[in-house]
Ligand binder design. Structure first.
Ligand code: 6YU
Length: 623
């Protein structure tokens, strides 16, 4: 009809928007824009084959064969009990098991089990079924998608499904571990990642409890820890506690320089060392205790490097350090994997709008580009991908990591970025923090221990560290989380290692990493015969070509103004053509998932307000 043709013509005239990168920033921007009718022409271009970016859940370990589980033939599919009952016995369920009532209900949300072995809220699955091309193969319903593929439903009526297909063959199973983001930092009302994850039913009851949301821990949750030293002894908890209190008092002081016009030293590291040098003079302990206290302090320096994602705290600017904001709430994890969040966000987007394996190589702006097929209409932006495909648009939201921009911004954006923005990219910090997962047959740590910290007794923050990476890279790995609960994970440690040592570790083979860490653990335990870990897996964020590191920090020589400069769209006057989002563009929540998500929403809102259609503001994400 002519009315329909009219509507199509009106649609054709609507703005075209491209989003580059399907991490939380890109997904957040796309989700918000796609919930508005003002933006029917939305494309999300992602370089890799999956959504999530630095949110990346994978499976690891063989765990324990759960009681009562019989080895079963491998099955690519997964089970949905429909309602009620996802068919996965509570003890096997990734979402917290019976306690959370997973046999069919997640809180009040019916759940099904996906091929990724995650519990997925039923509304998401319904959408998947609606939006995907259904394909029945045997008893499994496979829903093909670009990116993660979903296999669903068909419950084995007469058997109790063990849910862990192929892994059951080995008599064990693997569990979800996080290669990237681990916690929701500050899970409480103001945290949009917490809110969205709660809406999707991805969190357990404890994380969502009011009590949990009110706990304030200043970014450093206390877990029952054991401190091992390289001399093969366990350090006295009293000694460690005293040193920890000293370090956290000093660290709190470093956040007080925000509005101080002139700071006496440029970096957090130098400030801490200056204060420690003062304090040492007043210590009345014997020499051995003094050295031990300094060695423990050195462990805390390395831990802080992991938190800030930097090689050395000497690289982290003192003045702006207090600008990073912390939200209340005891940090929590996703029982079924952090990746459930980007997966859910992805399913809310029109399928054809998301293109995987589409690395963008050039963003041209300020031009006048024309589609061959559509004469007359011109677009200011042209985006070119590695495979040569070009997309024209009115606006592009760039959400690639700062590490990628540092390496490519000179050729990636044309005309080049104004000097103020290019300087911000150069000056802000973007370092590496990696994880190394180790699975043991038997734990060497006590049953109630959730954190293992490593102290090298011959080190001190007041003495320059060695620089021979090959000989000593493993000394930078100073903390292991014990993945909880052991009934679910078996005996798996997650080590954190930051800085150049972490980047060096990425160049080694799995076998070399395993050998080096076996040696370290034998030294820590004083047991030269301790069995090596049976499995190792690690992240390699610095080598990842579309990330080039882990997360941003405000480096010496930069400030929060650089973050704002990075976030500034181009051109400065509306209508803006090139917009910037991503964790490194959030002035107070940089380096976090909630910073990333908020930055994506911020840029989507910028475009929404540009067109300011009353119909366009329906921010509630679609499940
Ligand atoms: C958090 C946590 N967490 C551990 C580790 C890492 C990170 N973070 P993305 O990179 O996700 O997306 C960009 C996409 O663009 C990506 O998919 C690319 O493939 C794509 N792309 C790139 N180039 C492209 C091209 N050319 N064309 C097309 N596509 C392209 N955050 O909240 N809790 O526990 C941790 C942790 C090992 C690596 C983390 C954590 C950081 C988050 O993961 C990260 O910020 C967001 O996921 C980024 O989303 P995005 O969309 O911006 O980019 C005082 C003070 C101290 C400050 N620090 C406090 C500590 C906070 C950090 N804590 C970290 C701790 C851990 C363990």
């Amino acid at each position: 009809s002519s009315a329909r043709r009219g509507m199509e013509a009106a649609d054709g005239a609507r703005p075209r928007v491209l989003v580059v990168g399907a991490g939380l920033a890109g997904l957040g921007a796309a989700q918000r824009l796609s919930s508005s009718r003002a933006f029917p022409h939305l494309r999300l271009l992602e370089s890799t084959g999956r959504a999530g970016g630095r949110v990346c859940s994978q499976r690891f370990g063989t765990g324990r064969a759960p009681r009562g589980a019989r080895p079963r033939p491998s099955r690519a599919g997964a089970v949905s009990g429909g309602v009620p009952g996802c068919g996965v016995p509570g003890e096997l369920c990734q979402t917290g098991g019976q306690q959370a009532g997973c046999a069919g209900l997640w809180g009040s949300v019916p759940v099904a089990y996906s091929c990724l072995l995650r519990c997925v809220p039923a509304p998401v699955i319904e959408r998947l079924i609606m939006t995907s091309e259904n394909n029945h193969s045997g008893r499994f319903l496979t829903l093909p998608r670009e990116g993660p593929s979903w296999s669903l439903p068909v419950r084995d009526q007469d058997e109790t499904y063990c849910g862990i297909g192929e892994l059951c063959q080995a008599g064990g199973r693997s569990e979800v571990v996080e290669m990237g983001a681990h916690w929701i930092h500050g899970p409480s009302k103001e945290n949009p990642v917490f809110q969205l994850a709660s809406d999707y039913g991805l969190l357990d009851e404890e994380a969502m409890s009011e009590e949990n949301q009110q706990i304030e821990v200043g970014g450093h949750p206390l877990l029952p820890a054991v401190f091992y030293s390289n001399a093969g002894r366990v350090l006295s908890p009293e000694l460690v506690e005293g040193v920890r209190n000293l370090f956290s008092t000093l660290l709190d002081q470093t956040r007080e320089f925000l509005h101080v016009p002139q700071v006496s030293v440029p970096s957090v590291g130098e400030y801490l060392r200056k204060e420690i040098a003062q304090q040492v003079k007043e210590w009345t302990d014997d020499d051995e205790t003094k050295w031990l206290k300094l060695a423990i302090l050195n462990t805390y320096f390395k831990l802080e490097c992991c938190v800030s994602g930097t090689h050395s705290m000497d690289h982290v600017a003192l003045g702006p350090f207090g600008e990073y904001a912390m939200l209340p709430g005891l940090d929590c994890t996703f029982p079924g994997g952090y990746g459930g969040l980007p997966d859910c966000m992805l399913t809310s987007l029109p399928k054809e709008s998301v293109l995987f394996h589409k690395p963008v190589t050039a963003v041209r702006w300020g031009g006048s580009y024309q589609e061959e097929s559509q004469e007359g209409r011109t677009f200011p932006v042209q985006v070119e991908c590695e495979d040569g495909e070009r997309f024209l648009a009115d606006h592009v939201i760039i959400t690639v990591p700062l590490g990628f921009l540092k390496e490519h911004h000179e050729t990636f954006i044309d005309p080049p970025l104004p000097p103020r923005k290019a300087d911000a990219i150069r000056q802000l910090g973007f370092g590496t923090n990696n994880k190394i997962f180790l699975e043991f047959e038997q734990p060497f740590w006590p049953p109630d221990c959730q954190l293992i910290e490593v102290v090298w007794e011959d080190e001190s923050p007041l003495v320059e560290a060695g620089t021979d990476l090959q000989a000593s890279w493993f000394r930078k790995l100073i903390v292991f989380l014990v993945l909880q609960p052991p009934e679910r994970y078996g005996h798996v440690l997650c080590g954190f290692i930051a800085g150049k040592e972490s980047e060096y570790m990425e160049t080694l083979s799995d076998a070399a990493v395993l050998t080096a860490l076996t040696d370290v653990i034998r030294r820590l335990t004083g047991n030269p015969h301790l069995a090596p870990p049976k499995k190792v897996m690690r992240s390699q964020w610095h080598s990842a070509p579309y990330t080039r590191g882990s997360y941003s920090y405000v480096a010496v020589g930069s400030s929060g103004d650089d973050i704002d400069a990075l976030a500034q769209p181009l051109p400065e006057d509306a209508p803006q053509q090139v917009l910037f989002a991503g964790e490194a563009t959030h002035r107070t929540f940089y380096s976090t998932t909630h910073g990333a998500l908020l930055s994506g929403w911020r840029e989507a809102d910028r475009l929404l307000s540009l067109y300011d259609t009353s119909e366009s503001h329906q921010h509630k994400p679609r499940l």
